[in-house]
Design a protein around this ligand. Structure first.
Ligand SMILES: [Zn+2]
Ligand SMILES: [Zn+2]
Length: 247
C-alpha cells in the first residue's frame, strides 16, 4: 500500500515542507489536514475520502479549507471528516465561521465513537495522546499490514500508547525537535525529540519508523538528526513532502 507524504512539518510551512497531511490514495484515507492538503488533488484516486484529524490545532486542520479547490470538478460520492466531537465542533464553529471562510467545502463530520471501517477492509482505531488541548493517535489494521500515526505528543519508551502501536509494520511518528532542544521546552510544547521517539519504536517492536512533523524553524533536509535515531532503531527514515512510501 502507498503512503504519500503531503506535508511533513508542524506549526507553519517552511521552504521545504508543508504542515501535517498524509494520504493513502488507494483507499481514500487522509491523515490530518495541514497545508500539505494543497497537494491532495494530484493524488486523488477514489470518489470517497475519509479524513482523520489527530486534533484541531491549525497546522492540522487549515487544509480543510483547501478542499474547495482540491476537489473542484471532482464528482465525489462522499467526504467524511473524522475526529473527536469537540475538535470537530471547534473546526465547524471557528475555521468555517462565515467571517473566516464563507464557502464551506462539502463534507460531513463524524465524531469518533468507536472503530471505523475504511476501504480495503481496514479498521481504524484511536487512542488518546497527551498534548496541550488533547489529541488522538490512530492505528489502521488491514489483514495484510498495519500502520500507526502518532503526532503532537511527547514520546518515550513508557508512553501510555506503547501497547496501541505494538508491532505495526509502519509507525509514522512526530519528531518535532532534535536532541539539542532543552527537554523542558519539548515537554511544554507537547512534542517529541529524536532519541525518545527511536526508543519508543524499539520498545513497541514496530518494524519501520518514519519521523515527521519535523521542526519548521530549520530549513534543512534533516532537522532532527536521522543518524541519532538510526543508532537506536536502524529502520528509521525521514518523511519528505511528496515522498511515497510502500508498506
Ligand atoms: Zn502540529
Ligand atoms: Zn498540536
Amino acid at each position: 500500500m502507498k503512503l504519500v507524504m503531503l506535508g511533513t512539518t508542524g506549526y507553519h510551512p517552511n521552504d521545504l515542507r508543508d504542515t501535517a497531511c498524509y494520504m493513502l490514495p488507494e483507499v481514500g484515507v487522509v491523515l490530518d489536514a495541514g497545508t500539505g492538503m494543497q497537494r491532495l488533488r494530484r493524488h486523488l484516486a477514489t470518489d470517497e475520502l475519509d479524513i482523520f484529524l489527530s486534533h484541531a490545532h491549525l497546522d492540522h486542520v487549515v487544509g480543510l479549507t483547501f478542499l474547495l479547490g482540491a476537489l473542484y470538478d471532482k464528482s465525489m460520492r462522499r467526504v467524511t471528516v473524522h475526529g473527536e466531537a469537540e475538535k470537530l465542533a471547534a473546526v465547524r464553529e471557528h475555521l468555517f465561521h462565515p467571517t473566516l471562510f464563507p464557502v464551506a467545502p462539502e463534507f460531513e463530520m463524524r465524531p469518533l465513537t468507536g472503530p471505523v471501517t475504511i476501504a480495503g477492509g481496514g479498521k481504524v482505531t484511536y487512542f488518546p495522546v497527551e498534548h496541550p488541548g488533547g489529541g488522538v493517535g490512530y492505528r489502521i489494521d488491514w489483514p495484510e499490514r498495519s500502520l500507526a500515526y502518532v503526532t503532537d505528543t511527547t514520546a518515550g519508551p513508557d508512553a501510555r500508547y506503547v501497547e496501541q502501536i505494538r508491532g505495526v509494520d509502519l509507525l509514522l511518528h512526530e519528531c518535532n525537535f532534535s536532541d539539542d532542544v532543552p527537554s523542558d521546552f519539548v515537554q511544554k510544547t507537547g512534542h517529541s525529540q529524536t532519541t525518545p521517539v527511536a526508543t519508543l519504536a524499539r520498545a513497541a517492536g514496530v518494524k519501520r519508523l518514519v519521523l515527521t512533523h519535523l521542526d519548521s524553524a530549520i530549513n534543512e533536509v534533516d532537522p532532527v538528526g536521522l543518524a541519532t535515531a538510526q543508532r537506536i532503531f536502524p529502520n528509521t527514515e525521514l518523511a519528505d513532502d511528496g515522498k511515497t512510501i510502500e508498506f
